[in-house]
Design a protein. Structure first.
Length: 154
């Protein structure tokens, strides 16, 4: 069976997926990702809902990393029910945040009192500094570890 391709224009989004901030983890641990070391797998990354790999509302069409963070733009290309879980609350005023998925390739741990300059700011241990990070996906989340992320439905 061949399914007809839709000619409907897909709803688009833009957002800031990570600002370069210190991220609080469980049990008081902290991590920061060096923006200079973030390596997107490509321009087209899957977008998940709450990091659920089975809920794919769309994908990115553009991923840019600069000194202000990870900026994305994309389309709601997934199943309508997954896309609507994001779009409908957003159009009703809900402010989604974003969260990144990937793998830390190279990192160091700063002990208590040790310091290092990362993303233009001095961070003090104890903290894990991720120098190289492979970015593989982004998620729409209700509350992100980086509370300054955002997404706009356009």
């Amino acid at each position: 069976m061949i399914l007809a391709r839709s000619t409907k224009r897909l709803t688009q989004f833009t957002g800031l997926a990570y600002t370069g901030a210190v991220l609080p983890l469980d049990f008081g641990r902290k991590v920061i990702l060096d923006l200079d070391g973030i390596r997107p797998r490509g321009q087209q990354l899957p977008m998940f809902r709450q990091h659920d790999h089975l809920k794919i509302p769309g994908h990115t069409k553009s991923v840019r990393v600069d000194e202000k963070g990870i900026k994305i733009a994309g389309v709601f290309s997934g199943l309508e029910r997954h896309a609507n879980e994001i779009i409908i609350p957003a159009r009703n005023g809900f402010e989604w945040e974003l969260s990144i998925d990937g793998a830390a390739i190279d990192h160091t741990f700063l002990d208590h009192g040790d310091m290092e300059k990362v993303n233009g700011r001095l961070v003090r241990g104890p903290i894990t500094v991720v120098h190289t990070f492979d970015l593989v996906a982004v998620s729409f989340v209700t509350l992100g570890a980086d509370g300054d992320t955002w997404v706009r439905i356009v």
